[in-house]
Design a binder for this molecule. Structure first.
Ligand code: GYE
Length: 325
């Protein structure tokens, strides 16, 4: 038994030494390669898979060593990954917080270790100062507003005097869910034609989107005029349930979605989704530029938002470039 422990310890030490050697070898003697630790929250959507791919591609392009850990949708795994990055003494830590709360302790440890932190794609809620240097990600409130503004335009063009809306929300307590919900409600608040019948949690998952849609149709049936879904995965999951119930998506029931991945865009072109608000996963270049600035001791912007648009049945999308996610 003792012999086995000694072998395991030796293997770990060798691995550690190798890693250190690798780190020195990959940089130059006077400019060691920047080491970025990234905790990705999971692989729940085409958006997330695209975000991971874009981060890896840009780390290679910018010559940055990337340690990527996938948390498989568990906050405790993200916290453990951040602690391992601190122990490994990475130069910069980045992560996409699955939910907004519960980060103060681990980010205080990173701050005390002198390692700068960048939030990517989602934000955190904290009373403490200085726990992160920058948040790179979409303006989710604006995305929600853009969804509501599309619906008002559509109601005008259809001449509708009332629209019943059901909402399929993203992950509870996540920034995109909270802000999309708020932005959508603020955009339609002044329009007496709009009524939200119900809002259910689909957790950004395709399977949950199907379950939610089935339950909403069982409960409300013909009353449902509009589905506002917080991401394409849940929207795509909902589609077969709408068709199984005998309704034509995009005509009998309007669908408004968010993300803008290729699969959903193709469905929009078929007329089965009416509007998709873009939420780009391509944040890798912004992250690498921010990490290099932080490692060089430069100041960075507190919030960095990418440009985003809507795609809808008002647009000619034939010339649209492939989405890449
Ligand atoms: O909309 C969804 C993913 O955090 C903005 O998370 C991201 C969201 C995105 O699961 O598809």
């Amino acid at each position: 038994m003792k012999k086995k422990w000694i072998c395991a310890l030796a293997a770990l030490m060798l691995l550690g030494l190798t890693a250190c050697e690798n780190r020195q070898e990959t940089g130059t003697k006077d400019a060691p390669k920047l080491l970025l630790g990234y905790s990705q929250l999971g692989s729940e959507s085409a958006f997330r898979i695209g975000a991971t791919r874009d981060t890896e591609e840009n780390a290679r392009k910018y010559g940055i060593s990337l340690m990527m850990e996938n948390a498989n949708q568990k906050q405790e795994n993200q916290i453990a990954a951040i602690r391992s990055f601190i122990a490994y003494r990475v130069d910069v830590i980045a992560f996409s917080p699955i939910v907004e709360d519960g980060w103060d302790a681990v980010l205080t440890e990173a701050k005390e270790a002198g390692i700068p932190v960048v939030l990517v794609d989602r934000a955190i809620r904290t009373e403490k100062e200085g726990l992160y240097a920058s948040m790179i990600g979409a303006d989710f409130y604006r995305e929600g507003r853009m969804a509501g503004e599309y619906l008002i335009r559509k109601a005008n063009d259809l001449g509708r005097d009332h629209l019943n809306i059901v909402e399929i929300r993203g992950t509870e307590d996540s920034t995109p869910m909270k802000q999309r919900r708020e932005g959508f409600r603020d955009a339609i608040a002044g329009d007496p034609r709009m009524q939200i019948l119900d809002s259910v949690n689909g957790d950004f998952l395709r399977s949950r989107g199907a379950e939610c849609m089935r339950e909403l149709l069982e409960k409300y049936g013909d009353q449902v005029d509009v589905v506002f879904s917080h991401n394409d995965e849940m929207t795509i999951g909902a589609l077969p349930e709408i068709e199984k119930a005998g309704y034509v998506p995009g005509r009998d029931i309007l669908l408004i979605s968010i993300d803008g991945g290729q699969e959903a865009i193709d469905i929009l072109k078929e007329g089965r989704i009416n509007c998709i608000v873009e939420c780009t996963p391509k944040l890798g270049a912004m992250l690498m530029e921010t990490a290099l600035k932080l490692a060089a001791g430069e100041t960075v912007e507190r919030e960095i938002h990418p440009e985003e648009r809507t795609f809808s049945d008002y647009d000619d999308l034939d010339a649209l470039e492939p989405r890449g996610y």
